[in-house]
Write a new protein. Structure first.
Length: 114
């Protein structure tokens, strides 16, 4: 928690911002340091929630297909391309250019006049 009695530049800027958002120049705003502390903590929680939602939306494809026993609580899902690889594998099997489907080959010999 921030010490609102310290008078640091960041704390002064935040208290001025919070007071201005409540209408400080026009309305007389009188808040205790506990009010600023709660506002600051709420801002941190909201930002953390925004970052977590962004991470989930950005990395959901990488989490698909992983075992259900995997615990994602308070974990950052890394970029592993598993979903992209499985999609590419299925597509390559359909067009017969890879995957686990055996590729069958045959040939014929050309001879002159035939």
């Amino acid at each position: 928690m921030a010490d609102y009695g310290s008078g640091s530049t960041e704390i002064i800027e935040f208290t001025e911002y919070a007071s201005t958002m409540l209408g400080a120049p026009v309305v007389n705003v009188e808040l205790l340091s506990i009010h600023y502390t709660h506002a600051f903590n709420n801002a941190i929680e909201e930002y953390s929630s925004f970052i977590n939602r962004w991470a989930i939306n950005s990395q959901i494809a990488n989490a698909l297909g992983l075992p259900s026993s995997q615990d994602f609580t308070m974990r950052w899902v890394s970029q592993n391309f598993e979903f992209s690889k499985s999609f590419a594998k299925a597509y390559s099997e359909q067009v017969n250019i890879g995957g686990e489907v055996p590729i069958r080959k045959d040939f014929f010999t050309l001879s002159e006049g035939k």
